[in-house]
Design a protein around this ligand. Structure first.
Ligand code: AKG
Ligand code: FE2
Length: 342
């Protein structure tokens, strides 16, 4: 999985990069200090007219509805092995998986984007809701390898450098991995890293959703990457190439705020197709489509643009935790992409 590729800028020389620039979020720059330039810099208006919207398919989108008994499935002209299942995950289940993604999936032994720096961190979500802080518990002048980090109440905070709030860590969380763990430094799955078996209910869901791309076989969910996107985050163009059998789909579930997904070709020079991904949508990439560059240049936060379902009725009950989840997801997108590794 080419997260390293994701960082590779090419200065807009390729068609994929140009599309990323076209759709990325441009932020209002601050007022220029010089009096002659007092007006704010213009934010380019993003032209969304070419973005395929599977809730409003138009002639010319190259989209075909397939005959599938369980749910509506669409295929895309020129992208064999790519399937789109709109609102594949029902409303109440979406909230369930958002909660799991925040409260359970980042827990060790699953690795996260914070593991390399801090080692295993237990209780990130609960510590964030309790406004706890992460402080080093190892020897005072120990380096990162001997230092241990634990969440503590702010009152207990020893005045040591490097103390960071759990809320900030949660906001910065970019990914967590489920099932068989991935070693990013080796760019390979590593079964010698301790791991928890894949969550059975998520595996069941993935197997059901994968069926349009399985030619009668049964999909085995063995690993997943859970991506967390804040308002400014994007995922650069990449190919996921570390799984053994590319005929098997990647089952990719979107939760939370709406995003733009780019599906390109086998090189970055192939112009990508842009489409909206909303909460509950599922994308399958199998066979030839697995060799295609893809990425997420933009997410849409804020009530007008996010197309977030109204989860407030579901959030009754364990009110405090659910309110925190609602707050988080109103500004965020979560993607769970599930793979058969072996
Ligand atoms: O966020 C998405 O929709 C795509 C994620 C993805 O491509 C990946 O994690 O490999
Ligand atoms: Fe990917």
């Amino acid at each position: 999985m080419g997260y390293l590729d994701a960082q590779a800028g090419d200065g807009g020389r390729t068609a994929f990069r140009r599309a990323e620039k076209k759709y990325k979020l441009y932020k209002q720059s601050t007022t220029h200090k010089h009096s002659s330039c007092r007006s704010r810099m213009e934010i380019p208006v993003t032209d969304l007219s070419q973005v395929i919207d599977f809730e409003r398919i138009r002639d010319g989108d190259g989209v075909t509805r397939l005959d599938h008994s369980d749910f509506p499935v669409y295929a895309l002209e020129g992208h064999t092995g790519f399937f789109f299942i709109p609102r594949a995950v029902p409303h109440d289940q979406q909230f369930h998986w958002i909660r799991e993604a925040l409260t359970v999936f980042p827990e060790p032994p699953n690795r996260t984007s914070h593991s390399a720096h801090y080692g295993p961190l237990f209780g990130l979500w609960s510590s964030a809701t309790k406004k706890r802080v992460l402080s080093p518990t190892g020897p005072e002048n120990g380096d990162l390898f001997v230092r241990k980090w634990e969440f503590a109440d702010p009152g207990d905070e020893r005045k040591q450098e490097g103390v960071v709030s759990a809320t900030a860590l949660l906001r910065k969380l970019r990914w967590a991995t489920l099932g068989v763990q991935f070693d990013w430094s080796k760019r390979a799955y590593d079964i010698s890293i301790p791991y928890r078996s894949f969550p059975p209910a998520l595996s069941e869901l993935a197997t059901k959703l994968a069926s349009p791309a399985m030619n009668g076989d049964q999909f085995r969910a063995e690993a997943a990457i859970v991506n967390f996107f804040g308002p400014d985050d994007m995922l650069g163009g990449h190919i996921d190439d570390m799984e053994a059998d590319w005929s098997k789909p990647i089952v990719s579930i979107s939760l939370g705020c709406k995003a733009i997904f780019l599906l390109g070709g086998e090189t970055r020079d192939d112009p990508p197709v842009a489409m909206f991904l909303r909460s509950g949508d599922c994308v399958l990439m199998a066979g030839p489509s697995r060799r295609c560059f893809h990425g997420v240049p933009r997410i849409f936060t804020g009530c007008k643009e996010s197309d977030l379902p109204d989860f407030s009725a579901l959030a009754m009950g364990e009110i405090k935790e659910n309110v925190a989840i609602l707050d988080y997801i109103q500004q965020s997108r979560i993607n769970i992409n599930i793979r058969q590794v072996f």
